[in-house]
Design a protein around this ligand. Structure first.
Ligand code: SF4
Length: 436
């Protein structure tokens, strides 16, 4: 049978990237082949994000381009997947009638049957039902070649932060069995991956029968061929001593924690329903350094949450100075449907949000550079990933702490771990040289 060609475009978080790989696996089992240009595809899927308004607008305009493709090649299938499908299915169906499939994040298992059905009667098919159980056990993503494989271990979230749409688009939290995760790890190692990143909206609240997250980390580390293990994103509330102990004692688990702060003001944190105060977060940072003195810590920060005063914003600034994060993902608050915060009326004007965002971006750039300069003269074990962006005579790799290092090639290959001396730092990039 002649194979069909598919194209998937992915917006949003790493969980969406993982889901696109899952969908690619389903399509490849149905004899579809991946193409790099949607003009050559028989089926175009866009895996969407609903976290911020901007991402939604970009997808809507992208769908306009796919519509043109369908006008030129009317048999092209167009599918909208992911969080926006969940959230905006009615809008998509009325405003984009050329869309053939709308599938929410818990509905991908049905894609194969839906494709068969579509080929029979060519009617738009929708499945956005959320599941309390779907964790895609027994299904294997199709990954592009690389060093790092992402593996979803939990889906959904029960935390209900007041700004976040995830619990409404991805449903309640559930964990996969240790066995199925370890199976997937073995499989990706056989495919040539050496670094595993365990993924979940709230990854460290993983619980399957008697195994919590620390036990899972140990089980994954026992798979032969796994060199490094990372995870993202944890919730500060669920980081406990057991997890820090496993990180300290198991050399395969990377010395890096992405620790979303969101705000440095206890009042704002309370309105966000983050379940920790400024002081508790600071105590947690101290505890992390007690167990892991050189741990890399990165974070997420939102500015301009409803009601955020200048004083409260400056508490975020002072917190950044105090903690000195290695890196930060920083955003302006964006009101999302269904969330509690959309009802808060004391909104912050957009110009103020933009000014605050710029302020903390500048500050973080300064801190990152300062911290990276402090590393000059130290040595680091760098896992080689790929050619550096600027030259094919140099490699780019990462330290255990997730810092990027660029260095001259000297016979090593991707997947090797190379000891290097850091001799320079520019922005987020460190520059290394061989030790002798
Ligand atoms: S922990 Fe909060 S921010 Fe993270 S996914 Fe859950 S609700 Fe959203």
């Amino acid at each position: 049978m002649k194979s069909r060609r598919y194209y998937i475009e992915t917006y949003g978080c790493q969980m969406n990237e993982y889901d696109s790989e899952l969908v690619a696996g389903i399509l490849e089992e149905k004899n579809y082949q991946s193409v790099e240009d949607f003009h050559n595809a028989d089926a175009i899927f866009v895996n969407t994000c609903a976290i911020r308004e901007g991402a939604e607008q970009r997808v809507m305009s992208r769908l306009g381009q796919y519509k043109k493709r369908k006008e030129d090649a009317p048999n092209t299938i167009i599918g909208v997947l992911g969080c926006m499908a969940q959230n905006l299915k009615d809008k998509i169906l009325t405003e984009k009638p050329f869309v053939d499939f709308v599938l929410g994040p818990d509905a991908y298992r049905n894609l194969s049957n839906m494709l068969d059905q579509y080929h029979k009667d060519e009617e738009t098919l929708i499945n956005t039902r959320l599941s309390r159980h779907e964790v895609y056990e027994g299904m294997f993503p199709s990954r592009k070649e690389g060093i790092n494989a992402w593996i979803a271990i939990t889906r959904g979230c029960d935390k209900f932060c007041t700004f976040c749409i995830v619990p409404y688009t991805r449903g309640r939290e559930r964990s996969r069995s240790v066995e199925s995760i370890v199976d997937e790890v073995k499989r990706v190692v056989d495919e040539g991956f050496v670094e595993i990143t365990l993924l979940g909206q709230n990854v460290n609240s993983y619980q399957y029968e008697n195994s919590g997250f620390p036990e899972l980390l140990d089980a994954v580390s026992e798979v032969e061929g796994v060199r490094r293990i990372r995870y993202t994103s944890p919730h500060p509330q669920d980081i406990d001593d057991d997890l820090l102990e496993v990180m300290r004692d198991n050399p395969k688990i990377c010395n890096h924690i992405h620790l979303p702060l969101q705000s440095g003001s206890t009042e704002v944190l309370e309105r966000m329903n983050r379940t920790y105060t400024r002081e508790e977060y600071l105590r947690l940072v101290d505890r992390i350094y007690e167990y892991l003195p050189d741990c890399g810590i990165s974070t997420d920060i939102i500015v301009g949450f409803p009601g955020e005063t200048e004083e409260q914003f400056m508490e975020t600034v002072s917190m950044m100075r105090q903690v000195r994060f290695d890196n930060a993902f920083m955003f302006k608050y964006s009101a999302r449907p269904y969330t509690k915060a959309i009802e808060f009326e004391d909104t912050v004007p957009d110009e103020v949000k933009s000014d605050r965002l710029q302020h903390i971006i500048d500050l973080q750039n300064e801190i990152t550079l300062e911290k990276n300069r402090e590393l000059i003269g130290t040595t680091a074990q760098v896992l080689v990933e790929k050619d550096s962006k600027k030259s094919d005579k140099q490699w780019m790799g990462r330290t255990d702490e997730n810092r990027i290092v660029v260095f001259d090639k000297n016979g090593e290959l991707p997947r090797d771990v190379v000891p290097l001396r850091i001799y320079d730092a520019q922005g987020v990039t460190l520059f290394g040289e061989h030790l002798n």
